[in-house]
Ligand binder design. Structure first.
Ligand code: ADP
Ligand code: MG
Length: 471
């Protein structure tokens, strides 16, 4: 028996007396990594799974394992975050353990057939609520909310495109899940394009195309992820085109994602891309620094793990190409945390990033002051210079006064410390009379806006940067 097969059998055994949700939550991305003379090495995807498995599942798992294979004598756990990246060792839990209470939903008759249409959304962790919005993805999020509420009405088809790891799958699955919550009788189908293509290939092979056609045309909402992968698969594209039309004509909602806009999907037929262009097309881009930071903070809160604000800022600052990468680095930092029993620091994370990231890691502003290159402008010098420039006492700038004469220089300092000295928000806060990093973030945002509209202020800021030597 292979590792995967054995693991499925063990989980099957356990699922006899564990609720489905527990299996899905705590056995997702787990795997048997090794079987060494009866000692099973079980891989867990995240550090905080470790304690949980040890206290809640270790005994049950061993019992189940023994009942499947009496030669098993013990289980050892190992955290391996690579398991979360679609590792081939991991089993498709949802496939092997489909939620069987779908039968209880007030579905229409035809959906009850054994392998007929069931609403299928893969990852319950993706919700519209836990998707953090910024200027770069707000529109896509809003359109998804609207579609979840009024399927088939305002934005149809809804076409979302953007680079890898920017939240398309999250949005698509969250929208589907929300639709089912709003109307449990509706048949919402999420599928990857790869899965669709596989079904078509199998349908052709087993001369069962009619069945697949029927299956797809019975649903109320079709969500198809990464449609770019249908390129050069002519039969699948043809099938999809007809499915699309059939559903669309009946006013059914279609949601499609892709890595590029329809007009750039040049390998697809024009008749299909023009269908896409007839609806709402929205892109998702990489969120700005503040949003990246908020995403990290949220993930920490969800995982109930405390990580130093400086470290989160450092990660948010350096990882600016993909939210998935952002999460990956955080997971890695947490993994190190648990393994070494020390909280991650900017230094330890920087060392990690240097081995895993291709691009240069920027340390400026995150290092302790004494690591700074000689002659570099310090926060002290900046504060002195700004106070001098506006002819106000330094103590007032550092203090709590809300008089504009003092708040403006204070904001200028925060802005320049951030934009020019590249200091982290927490550090700026600490250096300026122990202010909270969110206050600092807010002030910087305000400053950015004001500079856009206030030419005198812009001149002031430029004069200061020249004087201090940081322009
Ligand atoms: P894509 O499908 O565009 O490649 P995903 O939807 O798989 O990207 O997103 C990668 C990871 O980043 C997921 O874990 C997702 O939850 C997370 N993510 C992306 N954008 C956001 C966001 N705005 N807020 C919260 N999490 C996000
Ligand atoms: Mg995706």
């Amino acid at each position: 028996m292979g590792h995967k097969e054995l693991w499925i059998k063990i989980i099957e055994k356990m699922s006899e007396d564990l609720p489905h949700a527990q299996i899905i939550t705590w056995f997702k991305d787990t795997a048997i990594l090794e079987n060494m003379n009866g000692v099973l090495k079980v891989g867990l995807p995240l550090p905080f799974f470790l304690g949980w498995h040890q206290t809640h599942y270790a005994k049950k798992t061993l019992e189940a394992a023994r009942s499947v294979d009496p030669a098993i004598i013990d289980i050892e756990y190992i955290v391996d975050i690579a398991l979360t990246d679609g590792s081939p060792l991991v089993i498709d839990l949802i496939k092997h353990f489909p939620k069987n209470d779908a039968r209880k939903l007030p579905n229409r008759n035809e959906t009850r057939s054994k392998d007929g249409v069931v609403s299928k959304i893969l990852n319950p962790a993706y919700t519209l609520d836990n998707f953090i919005t910024s200027a770069e993805n707000r529109l896509a999020h809003a359109a998804c909310q609207n579609v979840a509420k009024y399927p088939g009405q305002n934005y149809n088809p809804l076409f979302i495109y953007g680079g890898v790891g920017l939240g398309k799958t999250h949005l698509l699955q969250a929208t589907g899940a929300e639709m089912i919550r709003n109307d449990p009788g509706k048949h919402v189908m999420y599928t990857s394009t790869e899965n669709f293509v596989n079904e078509v290939v199998q349908g052709i092979r087993s001369k069962n195309m009619e069945y697949i056609r029927k299956k797809y045309r019975r649903i109320d909402t079709l969500i198809i992820d990464d449609i770019q992968f249908i390129a050069n698969k002519e039969k699948s594209e043809e099938e999809f085109f007809h499915t699309f039309n059939a559903l669309f004509e009946e006013g059914k909602q279609l949601i499609i994602s892709s890595d590029r806009p329809p007009q750039e999907l040049t390998l697809l037929s024009d008749r299909l891309t023009s269908r896409f262009e007839s609806g709402m097309i929205i892109d998702v881009k990489m969120p700005d620094y503040e949003t990246r930071l908020a995403i990290l903070q949220n993930k920490c809160k969800d995982a109930q793990i405390f990580i130093n604000q400086d470290v989160l800022e450092f990660i948010a600052f350096n990882i600016n190409h993909s939210v998935r990468a952002l999460e990956g680095v955080l997971k890695q930092a947490i993994a190190n945390y648990e393994l070494e029993h020390t909280a991650p620091t900017v230094k330890s994370v920087a060392a990690m990033l240097k081995t895993t990231q291709k691009k240069e890691i920027k340390m400026v502003g995150f290092l302790p002051n004494d690591d700074r290159p000689k002659g570099a402008v310090t926060m002290d010098l900046l504060i002195d210079s700004v106070a001098d420039y506006f002819t106000v006492p330094k103590s007032e700038v550092m203090g709590q006064s809300r008089v504009r004469d003092y708040t403006l220089p204070r904001q200028v300092i925060m802005y320049l410390a951030y934009a020019k000295l590249r200091m982290s928000l927490s550090k700026i806060g600490r250096a300026l009379g122990n202010r909270d990093h969110t206050t600092v973030m807010h002030s910087i945002g305000k400053m950015k806006e004001q500079i856009k509209n206030d030419r005198q202020l812009l001149r002031d800021v430029n004069a200061i940067t020249r004087e201090v030597g940081i322009h």
